[in-house]
Design a binder for this molecule. Structure first.
Ligand code: HEM
Length: 181
């Protein structure tokens, strides 16, 4: 995956465990700043190694770490140069999710070689969404769950995310939510 993802992972480890923990992770995986270049594409195996190594340091399972990373990614994207694209994507949870493909299309145009996911809203009612996630990649459902939770945080809503079905390249999520407080 794009180095941008590795940088976000580094930031999460930095903020929560400190610089030493990240340097130890780099040392263990025999990587360095060259594996963190924002605009470079790396093998997914490297991305998964970084996640697995970070998970061990957080004392989490890989799935738990993917969930936390998804949630973190939303906060990460709210900072710096990505914040305006987040603002344009939508002003509430349902609209934001409906526009996710546009967000990735805009991102992908500037980043050749990405394999971006696709999200389709299958049902949209007040406080209830059914969303299909399609991807070439396997094993990222917990990341997606964390991303949806991060989006709920962003829009000051609370709720639950559940998986209702799995296909070969798709997973259907059900999101039930209500406004904050
Ligand atoms: C400004 C915000 C965002 C940017 C710049 C961005 C960019 C990216 C990039 C560069 C990748 C890696 C693709 C690759 O290397 O092949 C990616 C993957 C992914 N993104 Fe985003 N993204 C953003 C927001 C979101 C949001 C809000 C979601 C919420 C659901 C999301 C869901 C995903 C998922 C699930 C993947 C994993 C790829 C896969 O499933 O195959 N992204 N994104």
């Amino acid at each position: 995956m794009y180095g941008m993802i590795h940088r976000a992972m580094r930031q999460m480890v930095f903020e929560q465990l400190g610089e030493e923990a990240w340097l130890a992770l780099e040392h263990r995986l025999k990587i360095g700043p060259t594996e963190l270049l924002t605009g470079m594409v790396y093998e997914d195996t490297l991305t998964f190694e970084i996640v697995a190594e970070a998970a061990a340091r957080f004392n989490l399972t890989v799935d738990e770490c993917l969930f936390e990373f998804g949630r973190y990614w939303i906060r990460y994207a709210e900072q710096g140069s990505l914040s305006s694209i987040m603002t344009f994507t939508g002003q509430d949870l349902a609209s934001f999710i409906a526009n996710l493909d546009r967000l990735h299309l805009a991102v992908g145009a500037a980043m050749p070689g990405t394999r971006l996911p696709s999200f389709t809203t299958l049902e949209r009612n007040s406080g209830h969404l059914v969303v299909e996630y399609r991807s070439d990649r396997m094993g990222l459902e917990n990341f997606v769950c964390g991303l949806f939770h991060g989006l709920m945080d962003r829009f000051d809503t609370h709720g639950d995310v559940a998986i209702t079905s799995r296909g070969e390249k798709s997973v259907v999520f059900e999101i039930r939510y209500h406004d904050g407080q």
